[in-house]
Design a protein around this ligand. Structure first.
Ligand code: BGC
Length: 773
């Protein structure tokens, strides 16, 4: 755990240059606008520890699979988010010396990620080996208004000399993914050109053929005024630059304002990329840096209006939650149904692919409550569009008749994960995808979605489950063999309770949805039945038979659900008995030892209880929580938030807060020692859930909002906003009072601690807080 970033309510602040942590700070200071993003790299040359990272949404490369031992059914490719052209580069030479913070003496260094207005600023004084001193103030952002562009204002002031400064802004497309399987480069050059203070590189990805034009255009200011200058073009492979030599005076700032854009063939015809990039840059240059930044701040302000969580009395927690919300918004805006949320977003390469079950299980609830319902809908439609591929994927593994197995990791619908115990066995992902449909419809009331898209996905998934189970003569029940539950520290287990429970639920839900569509729109049902070759009688009979006869492991004496058949044979030890030096076990223990141990990587039975809590009484939840929690090592960032929500439900405020803390500042404090690879974007939605569903106790049942809020002990108050069917509500909780403001929308009714609360339009209701012990 590290503690070098300053606590502040709205900013992430690094004071003094922490070279050894630079890659961590780069991850944390990543910028994004849903269409493109990049790590918090330096604009000028840096030869120290750094991971240069620029990403363009939706642009990927299928890297040939590399495994030690090939297994039939493995996908041939692993689609990777591509590290793309570096557009932030500005080479700075001072009288022939290159400005490089790795070689210079650095003082007054400050790097600030301003989350309120959405920009990154870096200020420092550098003393070069020659003794020359310069002061730099660099500010940049990825515009959320002009979302294919970014802008940089780079100000450099000589402090102890008058002399020559050479500035060379460039676009460098000669980039390699750090995680390339065969050390190959994934981009080819198509075209490059330069003009005065302007340059473009057009590149194409190998195999996938995505074209991206990255362009730059810049202006230079001295004494606050744009100056005339001469720029010398430079070209190299996949590289364009314009070199400008300037004379600078001591204590007078020279400011280079660079505008850049990334236009991709995902959004434009290939033939139009270059002319459009030129027009784009001309337009934003005319708008100007200050105006763009002003618009950026305004748009962020409107996002915070509906997204913000305010915590009084704990600055570290406030910073933590805002950081999570900020990164979620930078990663996915929901405007484009082809995009999704990668576990690292635009902050690093790890995990390749872009879509995991994380999206449905963790991110959808966040977007449902904080964004227009179209955003969550787009995420669902994304899976609907990939249904054909999910059916092919299942066919490849021997399933038939429209059974669909969604991939564990994907870019375009094809599986790109290749560890047999996950690719073939971690099939619970299908459950989360079905659940997200339920979640969306339950939250928004948009039942039309079911007939339009939902049914087909639910049917494909139900068909898969019905074929994946088998009848056990011994048990006289259906069983599900050879699976990996969410707890990846057990593989190839039989009857993982979570997966089996989910399978049954999916079939039940499909039948319920079918009945609804039949009743409301029988013609559409007929259409869907013929589209999907549904043999309703036979197929539904089988689903119902499985629903009635599925084996779900339970230990009656302990009163718990069994994570899997053999769980109780394990030596049951508590995590508290594990020596600290042996943790995290995934870095310290051999894999077989982990598999045989009782230690649970992430919520498994408890993940199921989280999804289906209304199916169980409080005692059952408590018994399972008391049994499994002490064996959970939380070595997945997705885990603590689920435990936080369950602890809150059980009234264990202190534990709930403890779990929340583990996820809220996970990246800011580099809790798991891995932030340098990128931030844990999808688990950030989980942090949000632990506040809203945990401390806020928010649930949606039968189309209505239920709250059961409490304040963690060391906070004075906290408040969160939710959008719910045309209303925007602000819920502010103190120890003794809850204030609920109906900011937008008509009169509505909600439930707080089980009591009905009428909320008049634009008014605030105060409720005496039930004190939890
Ligand atoms: C977790 C998975 C998760 C993946 C990506 C893994 O460590 O075990 O549940 O989908 O990370 O976040």
């Amino acid at each position: 755990m590290k503690n070098y970033l300053k606590h502040d309510e709205w900013c992430i602040i690094e004071e003094g240059f922490n070279r050894e942590f630079n890659e961590i700070t780069e991850s944390v200071c990543s910028l994004g606008n849903g269409r493109m993003g990049q790590r918090g790299n330096f604009e000028e040359t840096f030869t120290g520890k750094t991971l240069q990272g620029n990403y363009v949404a939706g642009v990927y490369y299928p890297d040939k699979t590399r495994v030690g031992w090939w297994k039939n059914g493995y996908p041939e490719y692993f689609a990777k988010v591509l590290n793309a052209a570096n557009w932030i580069g500005i080479k700075v030479e001072i009288e022939e010396e290159i400005l490089d913070l790795h070689k210079a003496e650095v003082s007054d260094f400050k790097r600030v990620l301003n989350m309120k207005e959405g920009y990154l600023q870096r200020t420092f004084t550098a003393t070069l080996p020659s003794g020359k001193q310069v002061k730099v103030d660099a500010k940049r952002f990825n515009s959320i208004v002009d979302d294919e562009a970014g802008a940089i204002s780079y100000s450099i002031t000589p402090l102890n000399f008058d002399g020559k400064i050479v500035l060379t802004p460039f676009i460098d497309g000669d980039i390699k993914n750090k995680d390339a399987n065969y050390d190959e480069k994934f981009w080819d050059e198509v075209h490059k050109e330069t003009a005065f203070a302007e340059g473009y590189v057009e590149m194409v990805t190998k195999k996938t053929g995505f074209h991206v034009v990255t362009g730059q255009k810049f202006q230079i200011f001295q004494n606050g005024k744009a100056i005339e200058f001469t720029s010398f073009p430079q070209k190299a492979e996949k590289y364009v630059a314009s070199q400008v030599t300037l004379s600078a005076k001591a204590n007078e700032a020279t400011v280079l304002v660079k505008y850049a854009c990334n236009l991709s063939s995902e959004n434009h015809a290939i033939s139009e990329l270059l002319p459009k990039a030129k027009a784009y840059l001309a337009r934003i240059e005319a708008k100007g840096f200050d105006k763009m930044l002003e618009e950026q701040a305004e748009k962020w302000a409107s996002k915070w209006e509906t997204n913000d969580i305010v915590i009084e009395g704990d600055v570290a927690a406030q910073q933590g939650i805002r950081f999570n919300i900020f990164q979620m918004n930078q990663t996915y805006t929901g405007e484009d149904a082809r995009l999704n949320i990668g576990p690292k977003g635009f902050t690093g390469e790890k995990y390749g692919g872009s879509t995991y079950w994380d999206t449905e299980a963790y991110c959808i609830p966040f977007y449902l409550a904080t964004a227009d319902q179209q955003v969550a809908r787009n995420l669902l439609v994304y899976r609907w569009k990939q249904l054909g591929k999910a059916i092919e994927n299942a066919q490849k593994l021997g399933f038939k008749d429209g059974a669909a197995l969604y991939p564990m990791v994907t870019m375009n619908g094809e599986e790109c994960h290749n560890e047999w115990e996950i690719t073939f066995e971690e099939i619970h992902r299908n459950g989360a995808i079905a659940y997200a449909i339920y979640d969306y419809v339950n939250y928004t009331g948009d039942e039309a979605y079911l007939a339009e898209y939902g049914f087909e996905v639910l049917l494909g998934i139900a068909r898969f489950w019905s074929q994946r189970v088998n009848w056990s003569e011994a048990k006289k029940q259906y069983v599900m063999l050879g699976v990996t539950g969410p707890n990846e520290y057990e593989n190839n287990v039989n009857n993982n309770w979570y997966t089996s429970y989910f399978a049954v639920w999916c079939m039940k839900y499909l039948i319920e949805v079918s009945e609804k569509i039949k009743a409301s729109n029988p013609e559409r049902f007929q259409e869907l039945a013929s589209l999907t070759n549904l043999n309703e009688t036979d197929e539904f009979d089988r689903f119902n038979h499985i629903i009635r006869n599925m084996y779900l492991g339970e230990d009656k004496e302990l009163g718990i659900f069994l994570q899997q058949d053999g769980f109780l044979d394990k030596e049951l030890i508590k995590v508290s008995n594990l020596p600290t030096q042996e943790r995290p076990i995934n870095q310290k223990w051999s894999w077989d030892r982990i598999l045989r141990s009782c230690f649970i990587k992430q919520a498994d039975v408890l993940q199921g209880i989280y999804f289906f809590e209304d199916d169980f009484d409080a005692e059952t939840i408590k018994r399972n929580y008391d049994f499994y929690e002490p064996m959970t090592v939380h070595e997945s960032s997705l885990s603590p938030c689920v435990h936080s929500i369950i602890a809150a439900k059980l009234g264990d405020k202190a534990r709930s807060y403890e779990f929340y803390q583990r996820s809220a500042r996970l990246d800011l404090d580099d809790y798991n020692n891995d932030t340098e690879d990128g931030c844990h974007i999808t688990s950030m939605a989980g942090t949000w859930m632990s506040i809203v569903k945990g401390f806020g106790g928010m649930r949606v049942r039968n189309g209505q909002v239920y709250l059961a809020p409490f304040v963690p002990e060391n906070w004075t108050s906290f408040s969160f906003k939710i959008r719910f069917k045309g209303n925007l509500l602000n819920i502010k909780t103190y120890a003794h009072e809850v204030l609920i403001e109906n900011i937008l929308g008509d009169d509505t009714t909600i439930f707080v601690h089980g009591n009905t609360v009428e909320l008049k339009e634009k008014s605030t209701v105060s409720i005496e807080q039930k004190l939890l012990n």
